[in-house]
Design a protein around this ligand. Structure first.
Ligand SMILES: C[S@@+](CC[C@H](N)C(=O)[O-])C[C@H]1O[C@@H](n2cnc3c(N)ncnc32)[C@H](O)[C@@H]1O
Length: 211
């Protein structure tokens, strides 16, 4: 199945120009607050395999992996070279526009885990990208997709902008279901502020493993 199974206008964006323009200026900022980052790091601590090879998709200058995680190798793929070069958790990086070419330039069955943090809303051909992630994962490898309630509205796809946080969880679940070969599909909703007198961005995680 392809993204064409969705109505085409689901993946239109206010800013339809080439993503390389928008991402040409490095943004060395974090896109969720420190409590949500802490929650994401804990999810990674639970799901990322020690000794594994990971791909951080739509990466920037921070990957939010546990600093003490004993991974063998982390590759980052994103749009801005300067951001990626400044990411201390990456061993290697690549500038690659997934909306121009969803093909991942990696051999099949290479990675133990793939992460995509707070960025899935920018994909205009998500099913093709999820198919590619499945191809490059090893069997039982995990794809961890996280998001909050913030985004660059001009660059997020229309279906994301017109739906709620709960519906985003269902939409990302559909991306998995419409691409092939996944098992153990799971969703987690974390509100780090629950029970505490502090403000925090919510964090949603949808993950699945390659069959
Ligand atoms: C909100 S930032 C998130 C960065 C990082 N994952 C994080 O957690 O801070 C969105 C990221 O998506 C990447 N991105 C946006 N459009 C992309 C595209 N068409 N292809 C590849 N990466 C893209 C950008 O390079 C940017 O780093």
């Amino acid at each position: 199945m392809t993204t064409n199974s969705f109505p085409a206008d689901f993946f239109e964006r206010q800013d339809m120009s080439d993503d390389s323009f928008f991402y040409s200026t490095p943004r060395k900022v974090v896109h969720i607050d420190e409590n949500a980052i802490g929650a994401l790091t804990e999810v990674y601590r639970e799901l990322l395999p020690a000794g594994g090879t990971c791909l951080d998709l739509m990466s920037s200058w921070r990957s939010h992996y546990p600093p003490d995680l004993q991974v063998t190798r982390v590759i980052g793929l994103g749009m801005n070279k300067e951001e990626l070069r400044d990411n201390p958790q990456l061993d290697k990086y690549l500038v690659h526009n997934l909306n121009q070419n969803p093909h991942l330039p990696y051999e099949s069955n290479l990675f133990d885990a793939v992460t995509c943090a707070v960025s899935v809303q920018y994909l205009t051909n998500p099913i093709a990208v999820f198919e590619e992630v499945n191809r490059v994962l090893k069997a039982n490898g995990v794809f961890i997709v996280s998001f909050s309630n913030r985004c660059f509205p001009n660059k997020a796809v229309a279906i994301w902008m017109s739906t709620s946080d709960e519906q985003h969880i269902a939409l990302v679940g559909q991306y998995f279901q419409m691409s092939s070969n996944w098992k153990d599909l799971a969703a987690q909703k974390t509100n780090p502020a629950d029970g505490y007198p502090l403000r925090a961005d919510p964090l949603y995680v949808v993950s699945a493993r390659k069959v």
